[in-house]
Design a protein around this ligand. Structure first.
Ligand code: SAM
Length: 402
């Protein structure tokens, strides 16, 4: 209460915890309504009802880690392992550009090998080169000029915005896990500009319980810091409802995002996946749980977290994650009205989707990229939002790295 419309608030951990407790108990519906409507006002202040797309390309499910919740962890049985050919990854990026999606995220399991790094470097370089060329051709066609004239116009436009790269082609984000600083730098030089790596939980003990050694919470934090130093726009996030997680932990997560100065936050409910140790743990902890109503509570907690991050941090990108849609079919739209401003249409070619099953009930497994793109436009429309134009896909006040 008492906040001017659209104003941010520097909430402390106790205040965040108080709101989460109220949402968890469902004891104060007026508070929930006020929380979501204020978060939406802050979102609209920075994003003006515009929603940014990041097309997700799940390029490989081969992973050396063994995160205990994940359906593509190293020790998960009966998973057909794949890595998309580079040309196919580039084709998806070109398709994205032609369909108005100017940001793509290459996401995959984690491999620290030189071979994987070189594959990623080649993918990022080829995407930047080929989508820049395609962009110039598209601009030339639209303005009935030559591509050289289109390039000159783009250059002039860039010069009017000091400190920013010429806005051409598709912006590449990566989500490929913990790598040494030197590899982050090489991928930045190849042309990647954003990086997403969830901290998964800000509680180091809970992190240790879910990630067998040699993974460690401190290494992960170090990676987040290195990514910022390397010049990336940084995305991070957590899962909500992990076995053993408390509301206290979640309040700490909000403070963690603020302190690490994340540019993008993505949060999703933890969803069970048969054959994973975390799911066994969850089942042992809640043997009599009514799964549907439990998941509905996790949905509300996740969107409350989005709203609290929006109110606390103001000008950040917050993603309405696919896992929300796994609980409620219109879950992402609801999230867009509770603080989120980014959606990530899955562009992975259909033949691979079934093998990138992180959790049970992952939506859109049999869809094509065309269906995902169209479906999202309709979904945005249903909550009075539109897909925002602009190359980078950030609120106007963001400054982009060179
Ligand atoms: N390997 C990269 C990494 O760890 O950052 C990117 C791929 S990883 C599969 C992407 C995200 O999937 C993880 O950060 C995790 O939060 C999420 N995820 C994995 N298993 C999940 C589950 N059972 N429920 C919800 N989200 C899950």
């Amino acid at each position: 209460g008492g906040l001017a419309p659209g104003a941010t608030a520097d909430l402390d951990k106790e205040q965040v915890l108080g709101v989460l407790e109220a949402v968890w108990r469902r004891g104060d519906l007026n508070l929930e309504r006020a929380l979501y409507s204020h978060a939406n006002a802050v979102t609209n202040k920075y994003c003006g009802g515009g929603v940014y797309y990041r097309g997700l390309v799940e390029f490989s499910n081969i992973c050396q880690n063994d995160c205990s919740y994940c359906g593509i962890r190293n020790n998960q049985k009966d998973v057909w392992r794949y890595t998309m050919p580079e040309e196919e990854v580039v084709e998806v990026a070109k398709w994205a550009l032609e369909n108005g999606i100017r940001n793509i995220m290459l996401q995959g399991g984690e491999l620290k090998t030189e071979q994987r790094l070189e594959y990623l470097e080649r993918c990022v370089r080829a995407i930047r080169e080929q989508t820049t060329k395609l962009d110039l051709e598209m601009r030339a066609r639209a303005a009935s000029t030559t591509t050289a004239e289109a390039a000159a116009a783009a250059q002039a436009d860039a010069e009017s915005k000091p400190g920013q790269e010429p806005e051409l082609g598709v912006v590449v984000s990566l989500s490929v896990g913990e790598l040494p600083m030197e590899q982050y730098q090489r991928l930045f030089r190849a042309g990647a500009r954003r990086y997403l790596i969830r901290i998964e939980t800000s509680n180091p003990d809970l992190y240790a319980a879910l990630h067998p050694e040699p993974m460690s919470w401190h290494t992960r934090v170090e990676c987040l810091r290195n990514l910022k130093k390397a010049g990336y726009m940084l995305g991070t996030g957590v899962m909500v409802g992990l076995p053993g997680q408390t509301l206290h932990d979640l309040a700490g997560d909000v403070m963690f995002f603020r302190d690490i100065k994340a540019d993008m936050i993505g949060m999703g409910p933890f969803i069970t996946q048969p054959g994973t140790p975390a799911t066994d743990k969850w089942t042992a902890l809640y043997p009599n749980a009514n799964k549907n109503s439990h998941m509905k509570s996790m949905f509300d907690l996740t969107t409350a977290m989005n709203a609290l991050v929006r109110i606390t941090m103001g000008n950040v990108n917050i993603s309405a994650t696919t896992a929300l849609q796994a609980i409620i079919p219109t879950g992402r739209e609801i999230a867009l009205e509770r603080g989120a401003n980014v959606v990530m249409p899955i562009l992975t070619p259909t033949q691979y989707r079934e093998s990138y099953q992180l959790y049970e009930g992952k939506p859109c497994i049999t869809d094509t990229a065309v269906q995902c793109r169209r479906c999202l436009d309709m979904r945005l429309h249903s909550v009075g939002k539109t897909s925002a134009a602009g190359v980078w896909g950030d609120p106007a006040s963001f400054l982009h790295p060179i």
